[in-house]
Design a protein around this ligand. Structure first.
Ligand code: SAM
Length: 222
């Protein structure tokens, strides 16, 4: 049975897998996800005191990596899964983690210098609404870094076999990992995504592909 994509189901699913999330990410990607996250953050010119939103922050990976390079960055992480957030809060105290739905934000217009989003948009039930919100709260001249699976090629297909197998072996929630494969297949290509971002007002700045194109990062400007 595959999980139907409603916000409540998605939130519950991340609550259920939260404890094993970091372990499974390391295992599935053989540590690559962290390296790629670090490299894609280098696409931004983050300065001390830059105001940054980590949207769909999960267990806080992107914020933690930013803080290592720029300890004075002023970072807010938002996510609607309280269990993912609780792990994030235990990892680092200097980031403000808030439970919020990304499609319904109460930050004032033009609040952030940078918005980063890793492997999040694919899980959002109404991505268009989320993108309009992100555009609204980004400062003019600010940048949005989006990172997720990219090309659907041979290397990406290996992942589709590997993930359910590892989920079974490590007794992780297999329904959730079935959902992951499905969401990856249905997700727009990086080229299509850039067009979707442009429809919401963003202007394309830069794109980089990693791990044979399996992961792609795009930087969009307001
Ligand atoms: C695959 S995780 C990514 C976590 C983290 N950014 C990373 O790179 O490891 C996706 C996250 O998006 C969150 N999420 C999905 N839909 C959301 C929404 N509408 N509002 C807020 N968070 C959402 C989930 O709770 C989950 O923690």
């Amino acid at each position: 049975m595959t999980l139907s994509k409603t916000p409540e189901n998605i939130r519950m699913m991340f609550n259920v897998i939260a404890e094993k999330y970091d372990f499974m990410n390391e295992l599935i990607s053989l540590g690559q996800h962290r390296i790629v996250k670090g490299k894609s953050l280098k696409m931004l010119d983050i300065k001390p005191h830059s105001k940054i939103l980590d949207a769909c922050c999960g267990t806080g990976d992107l914020g933690v990596l930013i803080k290592k390079e720029e300890p004075l960055a002023d970072i807010t992480g938002i996510d609607f899964s309280e269990k993912m957030l609780s792990i994030a809060r235990n990892r680092i105290e200097s980031i403000n983690f808030i439970q919020k739905d990304i499609t319904d934000l109460d930050f004032p217009d033009n609040s952030f210098d940078f918005i980063v989003m890793g492997f999040g948009l694919r899980n959002v039930v109404n991505p268009e609404k989320a993108l309009y919100e992100l555009y609204r709260i980004l400062k003019p001249g600010g940048e949005f870094l989006h990172l997720d699976f990219g090309k659907k090629n041979f290397f990406g297909n290996i992942f589709d076999f590997e993930v359910p197998l590892l989920a079974k072996i490590f007794n992780s929630n297999s329904e959730a990992y079935e959902y992951l494969i499905k969401s990856k297949k249905n997700f727009p290509s990086p080229d299509e995504l850039i067009k979707d971002f442009e429809k919401c007002g963003f202007k394309f700045k830069l794109r980089k592909d990693f791990v044979f194109g399996v992961i792609s990062a795009q930087v969009m400007k307001k």
